[in-house]
Design a protein around this ligand. Structure first.
Ligand code: NAP
Length: 541
């Protein structure tokens, strides 16, 4: 097959790839997008499991780049469910006529940098070859589904599902005996909905999770208007916050409140719903004492909701501070354990030994199931990057260069990979923030950078090793000033056997990070090296 040429290749047509394509087009860069799925939406395309819902309010978890779009679109609930978010992605694709540059059902398998031409040679599983000046991985942070290597898995003859790769056709669990393995955000959202339909559900839990009630409700006209009437100013405020979302964070320390004041505040925020409780005190994620009071408040709530004290005790997280594993937000999760058709198996007490043709055998019991749902998470942040065979300067492979953990400058680029960008890559705030707002910031930064290079006649950009080393050290230092590294979380790579234990996202906050990125530009792209157009590269093209 012949090699096509374009300015930019983007991998992924989720919210990052879609907005980047829109920006690239407006700047006049010829662009191709490759997407494994059959349509747009990224994470919301793949995660179609029952109960899938965003835990950031939709008035905030939505694009801010188009005033017309944010005025025209109406959300039906405060926290939207997956089908509505996917409808929104579909609407954006139509509205901005994005699909004509997106190749669906097409997976990028390799991207190799050619030093002579200073271009990326990109290959897909369809045998397409594209040569591009710029290569952008807009593949999301939580996209590589993880199916643990359970013994006997191939012998199991019933139906299996992974929450992160859910079938498009409706799955009917009516009357079925269902196992759910995993109690992270996905399991916690799916379990109540599956339990309403299934004959019986058995939940296999390895680590109990803290979860807060969404307190979701239909979107009222008044609430929607409180945003729409002032959207540009509110979006600007969001961009300056640590989370990329507005929500009240008290400016006092936990220790400055009396026990009564503290509990009243937790109670108030539990009633507000979502992640509000974590904003009760400004030292929540740095002070063990403050954190423990919030953790204990949530444990008491669980004990009050779950009628069987033994089950309640198993559901209560005791070994790590609240919020250090990604906080979950649920709709009726703990209440589900009061149902007659729901059972909890703590696999620390009775480990899963093997899958059998008809179900699961633990050290204590053999269970029969018609279906097993794996809510077992993702190889987060680096998993999707490593799925592509990425080779940079002098044959450097990304996977090898990051053997001991990801190394980026600002989570945007890595030193041996000129003109390759990551949207919300490791080392940026990404998963700790409102993803859409962080995506927009990265896409805008990359777009401005490409426009700058074109205007200045520059051919390549790559971070200096020094700037990258300093950034990696900074990201680590900030993380280790908090409680986050105390949990065996996917933020730390701890859910994947053999993955280096490095805190991957940047904890400096979306607003602070934006300021750093802006200053880098104001200081002449401090920490980056550019190469001007050379006669050799022109000849090699
Ligand atoms: P996750 O948080 O990594 O949870 C995976 C679950 O599977 C954990 O309970 C884990 O136990 C368990 N598990 C993994 N391997 C296992 C094994 N071999 N045996 C038994 N149990 C095993 O994954 P997730 O629930 O899919 O969520 C991932 C992230 O996606 C979330 O943290 C969030 O950022 C995002 N998400 C967001 C939403 C939302 O907006 N509401 C919804 C879903 C997901 P351990 O804890 O012991 O590892």
């Amino acid at each position: 097959m012949s090699t096509e040429k374009c300015d930019v290749v983007i991998v992924g047509a989720g919210f990052a790839g879609m907005y980047l394509l829109h920006r690239m087009r407006n700047l006049g860069f010829s662009t191709r997008v490759f997407e494994t799925g059959s349509d747009v939406g990224g994470t919301w395309y793949w995660n179609r499991y029952p109960g899938a819902r965003c835990d950031i309010e939709s008035m905030q978890y939505s694009y801010s780049f188009s005033e017309e779009l944010q005025q025209d679109w109406n959300w039906s609930e405060v926290f939207s469910a997956q089908p509505e978010i996917l409808e929104y992605a579909d609407h954006v694709a139509d509205r901005f006529d994005l699909r004509r540059d997106i190749e669906f059902n097409s997976t990028v398998t390799a991207a190799h940098y050619d030093e002579a031409s200073r271009r990326w040679a990109v290959t897909t599983d369809k045998g397409e070859n594209v040569s591009a000046q710029y290569f952008v991985m807009a593949t999301g942070c939580i996209s590589a589904a993880q199916l643990p290597d359970f013994k006997g898995l191939d012998d199991y003859t019933g139906a299996t599902y992974h929450t992160g790769n859910w079938p498009h056709d409706e799955v009917d669990f009516s009357g079925k005996r269902v196992a759910v393995i995993g109690t992270g955000s996905s399991g916690i959202q799916a379990i109540p909905v599956i339990a309403e339909q299934a004959g019986h559900v058995t939940i296999f839990q390895r680590t109990p999770n803290y979860s807060l009630p969404a307190q979701n409700s239909p979107m009222s006209e008044t609430y929607a208007h409180s945003w729409k009437d002032d959207y540009p100013a509110l979006r600007e405020q969001m961009r300056q916050t640590a989370k990329g979302a507005l929500g009240e964070i008290n400016d006092i320390l936990g220790g400055e409140a009396s026990v009564e004041e503290r509990d009243a505040e937790y109670e108030r925020r539990w009633a507000i719903g979502g992640t509000a409780l974590l904003g009760s005190f400004r030292d929540m994620m740095v002070s063990r004492d403050t954190n423990e009071t919030a953790a204990e408040f949530v444990r008491d709530k669980i004990r009050a909701i779950v009628q069987d004290p033994e089950v309640a005790d198993k559901l209560v997280a005791k070994d790590y501070p609240i919020g250090t594993k990604r906080i979950c937000v649920d709709s009726g999760y703990f209440e589900t354990f009061n149902r007659d058709n729901v059972a909890l198996v703590d696999i620390n007490d009775t480990p899963i030994e093997t899958m059998t043709p008809n179900g699961i055998a633990t050290s204590a019991e053999t269970f029969e199931f018609d279906a097993i749902v794996f809510a077992t998470g993702f190889d987060a942040m680096t998993g999707t990057l490593f799925k592509v065979d990425i080779e940079g300067r002098d044959g450097a492979r990304l996977r090898d260069k990051w053997d001991a953990g990801p190394r980026t400058y600002l989570g945007l680029m890595s030193d041996a990979f000129p003109n390759m960008f990551m949207v919300t890559g490791p080392g940026s705030p990404s998963v700790l923030t409102n993803m859409i707002i962080s995506i927009e910031q990265h896409v805008d930064w990359i777009s401005d950078c490409l426009a700058h290079m074109r205007a200045e006649g520059l051919d390549t950009i790559a971070p200096t090793l020094q700037a990258q080393d300093n950034w990696v050290e900074h990201v680590n230092k900030v993380a280790h000033g908090t409680l986050f590294p105390l949990a065996a979380s996917w933020y730390m790579g701890a859910n994947i056997a053999g993955k280096p234990r490095i805190f991957m996202p940047y904890l400096g906050g979306a607003g602070g990070y934006r300021e750093i990125c802006d200053k880098v530009v104001a200081d002449g792209y401090d920490g980056f090296n550019f190469e001007p157009r050379s006669a050799q590269a022109t000849a090699a093209e």
